[in-house]
Design a protein around this ligand. Structure first.
Ligand code: SF4
Length: 110
C-alpha cells in the first residue's frame, strides 16, 4: 500500500533537514575541539613560549612585544571557529588553547 506524501510535508521536512546541517557542523567542530587536550602553561614548549591562558595577565616586562590586543583568537595560528571559546593551534598540535590566551609565537591573523 502506497502512502501519499503531501508537498507541504516534503517542504517542511526539507526545511527541517536544512536547519539541521549547520547545527551538525557546529557539533562536529565542538567534538573535534573536545578531542584536543587543553594546553597547560607548564608544558615545556608552552613554558618556553611564555604561554598564558589569559593574555591580560602576561607580564609585559618579561614579554615586551606583548600587547593587550594580542590573543589566541586574533592569532594566525589559531584554528578555532568564531564563537568557540577554545580551538586548536598550529604551534601546539593535539592541544586546544583559549581564545583569550597568548604566547610569544602570536602573529596577527590576516
Ligand atoms: S601561537 Fe597563537 S594561537 Fe597558538 S598559543 Fe600562541 S598566541 Fe595562541
Amino acid at each position: 500500500m502506497q502512502q501519499k506524501i503531501s508537498r507541504r510535508t516534503l517542504i517542511k521536512g526539507g526545511l527541517l533537514a536544512g536547519a539541521c546541517v549547520p547545527a551538525l557542523g557546529l557539533l562536529a567542530n565542538e567534538a573535534a575541539a573536545a578531542g584536543l587536550t587543553p594546553l597547560s602553561p607548564s608544558d615545556p614548549t608552552a613554558s618556553a613560549l611564555g604561554f598564558a591562558v589569559d593574555s591580560s595577565k602576561v607580564d609585559d616586562k618579561t614579554h615586551p612585544t606583548h600587547t593587550a590586543a594580542q590573543k589566541c583568537g586574533t592569532c594566525a595560528q589559531f584554528l578555532g571557529k568564531p564563537g568557540q571559546p577554545r580551538g586548536g593551534c598550529n604551534i601546539f598540535a593535539g592541544h586546544s588553547v583559549p581564545v583569550g590566551g597568548w604566547c610569544s609565537a602570536w602573529a596577527q591573523k590576516p
